[in-house]
Each structure stands twice: as C-alpha cells, then as structure tokens.
Design a protein around this ligand. Structure first.
Ligand SMILES: Nc1ncnc2c1ncn2[C@@H]1O[C@H](COP(=O)(O)OP(=O)(O)OP(=O)(O)O)[C@@H](O)[C@H]1O
Ligand SMILES: Nc1ncnc2c1ncn2[C@@H]1O[C@H](COP(=O)(O)OP(=O)(O)OP(=O)(O)O)[C@@H](O)[C@H]1O
Ligand SMILES: [Mg+2]
Ligand SMILES: [Mg+2]
Lengths: 230, 230
C-alpha cells in the first residue's frame, strides 16, 4: 500500500544542510502493523509526513496504492489522496482551537464525505466513547488536559476508518491504562477492518505490539525486521 | 518550600462544574525529588500550574517558601516569584516561535537578570550541550523535531538553576537514551545544587527515579509515599 524509493528530504537551514531523510527505501503491505523507532531527530516525523502526503521528499518517490504522489500531482490532488485514504495523528495534535472535541472529530467525517448527518453523529459519539472522551466532548482544546487533546487528535484520524493510519507518537501523553486501551483499539481495527497502521514511537509498550519494527538513525533505515518479542 | 492547603480548582465549562483539583493538601520540602502520577485528566498539570504561580486555586492557599502567593498578590508580584524561584517545563513546550533554540533558552536568563552577557552566553551553550542540542541551536521551533523542542523547553527551565523546577511530562517525546541522560542531569542538579524537583509523568522509567510518589485521581491525592522500588 506504501512504496518509497530512494527518498531524501533535505532542509537548508542557514548554511547547513540537514538530511532529515537520506535515501529511504521502504515497502509497506496492506494490513501491516508497523512501528518506526529511533532517536530524537532521526527522521520519524519527516518520514510519516512524506508517506501521508503532507510533505514531499527533495528527491526520490512515494507511491500510495501504486499511484505516484510525488511527481505531477497538484496540491489539491495530494489533498484528495489524504482525505480518501489516510488518517494522520500529529505529534503536536494540531487541533482546531475554536472547535470542540466533538466538532474536531466530526469535521474529519464532513471532509471525507458520503455519510448522512445522523451517521456522522453516531460514529463521532462512538469514537468519543471508545477513547473515554464523552464527558469532554463539548470542550475546546484549551479546556482539555494534554492526554485528552491527544485522544481527540487520535479520534479525528480514526473516525473515518481510513485505509492507512499514520500515528506520530500517539501515546506520548497517555497514562498506561489509556495507552493499553488505545493499542487494543488499533489492533482490533487492524485485524477486523484490515486497516494498515504505521506508528512512530518511543513507548516500549506500544513497540512490543508492533509486528514489524523499522529502525531509523540520522535519516536512514538501519534495521527492518519482524518483531521478535510478541 | 511548597505548602498547599485545601486547594480546589473549579472550571465552569458550560453548565458543568469540573473539579480539576479537589481539596489538595501537600507539603514539599527543600531538595525533594518527587513525581505526581495519575490518569489522564486527574489534575497533574493543574496542580503544577498552581504551585508554579501560573494559575490560582478557586479556594485554598499556596505558599512558596512561606509566602502566601494566592491572596493579596498582584499579577506582577506573582511574576516576580516565578522569575526568582521557579523553572517551569510545560507539557506543550510553549516556546517562542520567532526565537531560535539558543535565544529561547538565553531569554530565561535575561528575565532572571544578574549576569553579564558573557556569563549568559556560556551558561546557555553549556545547557544546549548537556541536552544534546548544540547543532540545533540556531534553528527556530518549527525547524526542530518534537523531542528537540521538548529539550529546548527543558533547557529554558534549567538554565537559571532555579530553587524549584516544575516539569510537566518532561520525557513524553524523548527516546530512552535521551530520557535517561535528562534524568541523570536532573538528579545531579538535585544532589549537587539542592534544587527541588516536582514532575508529573506517565513514564515508568522516570517514576522509578523519584524518591516520593504522589498519586492523583479526579483532582484528589489518593496516595503519597516514599518510592519503594529504587
Ligand atoms: N479550561 C478548562 N475548562 C474545563 N475543564 C478543564 C479546563 N482545563 C482543564 N480542565 C479539566 O481539568 C481536569 C484536569 O486537567 P489536567 O490538565 O490537570 O490533567 P492531567 O492530569 O495533567 O492530564 P494529562 O495526563 O492528560 O496531561 C481535566 O478533566 C481537564 O479536562
Ligand atoms: N524545517 C526544518 N529545517 C531544518 N531542519 C529540520 C526542519 N524540520 C526538521 N528538521 C530536522 O530534521 C531532523 C528530523 O526531524 P524529525 O522531526 O523527523 O525527527 P523525529 O525522529 O520525529 O524526532 P522526535 O523523536 O524528536 O520527534 C531533525 O534533526 C530536525 O531538527
Ligand atoms: Mg517526531
Ligand atoms: Mg497534563
């Protein structure tokens, strides 16, 4: 479902060149449950943004379901791929400040389209409940705790049951129990709906559940193997 | 160094009353190394903000070094207490977007006052180095990874060697090695300089290093004891 060929992402900050991604080759199949791991600054967020069509590599190519999303695609077309197929959980949440938790999540369904108002309401309430957010649904982000905001960001990505979920450190602000519940939910969506999950994480409990672990270091893949410790 | 008496913090969001803190009594001595733990939404950030004079309880009192900071203090006076005595690491970093990593950290010394330009420069470079940020020092927050931003927020709090450091989930976005280095640095500052540290965390590795663990649930303290597992 995801194919990346020789992708490099260079930032020119000042006179220094930063190789946030450096010659990445990666193939991810439908229904995988994979995590990216690596030190702070090793390129996990950059790689997720390129897979998610939020950023483009400086050189190399990215294919989503066989379609080249790096060359010859307009910004509008890239947006269509994202809306149709990808749910993204940002490391810094990126919630809409003027919308409530409920509205932030429902908004993702409205953009995606294809459902009645009643269907959207039911699904949004279901996701809020799965994430333990029913009592907080009418509050805005600045009225929520860090972990509550993180869960709204997660809800927004999962509500439309996208083919591909990209989750950048989804448990960073969650306590152990909430984190375990989330991991169980994502595994269930993976096993029952065939949704492909790609995380980045520093959380060893989440790492343990991944079926494949891809290690990054200085923008390069230095390890890619099945998880030996299930 | 910190005394909290019957402190309650109520938010009126809509027609519901939220008791983010509910009758908190807490006493913290000089040189302690304590962590707050508890589920997402249990009140850790709220309590840290009240200790740090960034917020005030709806009822009850907070004393810093014997001085009542809740009644009869103007906003300016509360700011003076913060600048003189407290270093705060925010759960969402709160970096100044137009300043570089270097400038964000040095700014804390400039507000604190009392040092020459050369002393401030040397101390800022020292902190950047201790946190592994030398190569990133001239970049702005949106040019940094999540964990790099977190370390700038940490550097800003530690640079002035304040009497009291309040750290809201300081390792949430850090890999294991960077997190271990940070914990070692904070323990050294605690043991050599007598700085009091109060964290909130979900990270079991950081919890293990605390000498005292205060458990929160629904805005109340439900446990307060020495750490049995050193
Ligand atoms: N402005 C507000 N209006 C209403 N409720 C609020 C507001 N700010 C915080 N709260 C609520 O107060 C409670 C405590 O929040 P707090 O941020 O202290 O939790 P926390 O323990 O730090 O959680 P986390 O582990 O998720 O960071 C939460 O239920 C939160 O939703
Ligand atoms: N706009 C930018 N200009 C220059 N360098 C950048 C920019 N954005 C990111 N970088 C750098 O690219 C590298 C990779 O960043 P990335 O955010 O992908 O790391 P990460 O693995 O997600 O780290 P973390 O675990 O801390 O979240 C880092 O060294 C970062 O400082
Ligand atoms: Mg990242
Ligand atoms: Mg918090």
């Amino acid at each position: 479902v995801v194919l990346i060929e020789a992708a490099t992402r260079i930032y020119n900050s000042g006179e220094n060149e930063v190789r946030a991604m450096d010659g990445i080759n990666l193939s991810i199949g439908r229904g995988e449950f994979l995590t990216l791991v690596g030190p702070s600054g090793s390129g996990k967020s950059t790689l997720l943004h390129c897979i998610g069509c939020l950023d483009a590599p400086t050189s190399g190519r990215v294919f989503i379901d066989g379609r080249d999303v790096t060359t010859g695609l307009s910004a509008a077309e890239r947006g269509e791929v994202r809306n149709a197929k990808i749910g993204f959980i940002f490391q810094s949440f990126n919630l809409i400040p003027v919308l409530t938790a409920y509205e932030n999540i429902e908004f993702a369904l409205q953009i995606h389209g294809g459902q009645t108002a009643a269907q959207m309401r039911a699904r949004t309430l279901e996701v809020l409940s799965l994430l333990g957010l029913e009592s907080q649904k009418d509050r805005r982000p600045n009225q929520l705790s860090g972990g509550q905001q993180q869960r709204v960001a997660i809800g927004r990505a999962l509500v439309k049951k996208p083919a591909l979920v990209l989750a950048d450190e989804p448990t960073a602000n969650l306590d152990r129990k909430t984190s375990d519940d989330l991991i169980a939910l994502m595994r269930q969506m993976n096993e029952q709906l065939g949704i492909t999950f790609v995380f980045s994480t520093h959380d060893e409990h989440l790492m343990r559940h991944a079926r494949r672990i891809v290690r990054l270091s200085d923008g390069r893949i230095v390890g890619d193997e099945a998880n030996q410790t299930p």
